[in-house]
Design a protein around this ligand. Sequence first.
Ligand code: GDG
Length: 742
Amino acid sequence: MSPALNDHASTLASLARQPRLALLIDLDGTLIPFAPTLEQAILTDDVAGRLRILTELGVQVIVISGRPRNHIDPLRRQVPGAWWFAEHASWRHDGSAWSGPARVNDPRALDGIAAQLGDLAGKFAGARVERKSLSCALHWRQVPPVARAAMTAAADVAIEEWLETHPDHERLEGVEMVEVRPRACHKGVAVAWARERLPDTHFLALGDDLTDEDMFRSLSDRDLAIAVGRPDRLSHARVYVADVPSAHQLLDWLAAVRGLHADQLPPIEDIDAGARETKRAPFVVIANRMPSARPVDRQRQVGGLVAALEPVLEKRGGVWLGWSGEVAEREPTLVVDATSRPARACFDFPAAWQEHFYGGLCNRAIWPLFHGFPGRVRYSDEDWVAYVDANATFARLAGELAAPDATIWVHDYQLLLTGAAMRHRAHTGPIGLFLHIPFPTAELFETFPWAGELLRAMLAYDLVGFHTQRYANNFIDALERVLGVDARDGTAHAAGRATRIAAMPIGIEPAAFRPDPTRPTSPEVDGLCAMLEDRKLVLGVDRLDYSKGVPERLAAFEHLLDRHPEWRRRVTFVQVSVPSRSDVPEYAELRQQVEYLVGHINGRFGDADWLPVRYLYRSYTHDVLSQLYRAADVALVTPLRDGMNLVAKEFVAAQDPERPGALVLSRFAGAAETLRSAVLTNPFHAEGMADDLHRALSMSEAERRERHAQMLAEVERETSHDWADRFLTTLRAQAREDAAHG
Ligand code: GDG
């Protein structure tokens, strides 16, 4: 007997007795055991009889299958009154006729990938391609185990490449199969369709595989999802039954409950079942923003964090928790996507957070204060309340997702209080924080109205990591001044726990930025190079943020053309500004300011056949970005203040070591601590910066080679993977030590 299902028996029974009840049930692996071929997997009359009884007892039975329509047709006669979905949600039959398919852009689009998978299946005995009207699946249940890895690897490559040009489709992992289908055709759509037609109805959903998670996650709180087969994935189902026979027993039990008086409950003990609580993540990364679900979208995503953490998450079976990017007026609830790599769990923000948490305390207070712009800071009590609330919510959701002793790695300034909130919820595992932005001097930090609360909360972490020793020292000073805690030896002791404070500069994966000679150059980069003729290319790449100093950089470029007229017509400055926080008013103003300055310089110096500045307000794929880096003669990386600045390191990694470009780097970027061979510049002094740019443009090849070699050695010395390993190793060691002494 399973005590867990027994615990849920009364919930199940009250659901089972609802006058309006719908049973949403998957076919293969739930009602029908898997068989070597689809033809052998049949719905026996015994099982169909169970569904018929439920129908007679007033339950709307809805079978939601991935099979094509022609497989479903013979089954329909076995359960009159049931509704049917074929190909997940593409086709639906409400007892009278088929309708659908759901709208898709181009049903023939699949022909290409179907042909490729067909070729592949031809090479592996036992592999089979199933072409449905809107999707296409590759099955390998009958492929000998030794050949499977080779076959699935080849299928992965083919599918990923095809998806790059078909973003309205997605890949879906099934049991010994993979499917490519339109994004709009998943089982969640079936739930929405059924809900429209069945108002005031409670739903009970049963399914065994990943495609059923779409159905589970679309249920409301009053419905119940039951997984079939104990899922070894993170599932939205809170309860599971062990296997197909147990699912049949559950249907018998349901029928019995509906046939009995309210005070009688038939025994549930014989069903082999349990609760899902056992499946919790052993490792959770919490960051405000999520990586994109698909690798192809991640190509465009700004930031190296995902690349650094992805392998660690996969290796440790971890999950990334963050904001979905959407706003919704309901209590934040987690949506888990265990199919993506890395696994993701996200939730929508309440509308008030957008203004007070994200736009407010994070980006109008902490971001400018920590970057040393006190004049831009706006404090509001309402923003602080939203910050506390958001951090508590992140902690609550992390608690639902993570095992109580899981390792939790929290990222950045939006979540400084999350560790403390998790400790309040009795999380016992290691919790670490990495701050990606600078930590300001104690004098500045003290102007933060909630300085004491913030620091005390940060001491709930086992490890707080910074990019540089200078930021770590600022933090240590602040602890001393604000809390009177002495952490000069690198460990703070407070409230019975020890917090390690360490500098661990983030790196990049240099190999990812070396242009791949097997891939063609992008037409855009080719066009740019052709347009340059023999002019030098100066490149700037940043998120459009005032901390990156783009107006100051443009002013320096104008000074260059003024003070060193020999560069007129001989140099082009390309500034890539990736849109960022465009809904925050200061950022919209910055955009206007930059556009004005670009127009001003081009108007003042440009000719019909030469534009001094090319301003690109957009993002590029990593591939194109690496090619741009490589094409540049000088990179101007001149933030007024920056935690680290990865662009500087990426530029170095992308250079041809024989003919490298030069790097002009702000003294106030964390990267300047290690990239000492760059031309270091002061971005607050436009004329000085113009002279430094002139120096870089005029530098001999020998000097560029020597400086580049030194910088490359630094970039290769500590990669993003080393950084992640080092953080997690230090975190674990600190947590162990604290446990031994506590
Ligand atoms: C924060 C801290 C710290 C840029 N344009 C495109 C693109 N990017 C990528 C770059 C780079 C990333 O964006 C920018 O990283 P930075 O480090 O320069 O700056 P922040 O975004 O402010 O990052 C910073 C960092 O966290 C890590 O700790 O270094 O100090 O402020 O990776 O390549 N990526 C793509 N297309 C673009 O057009 N795909």
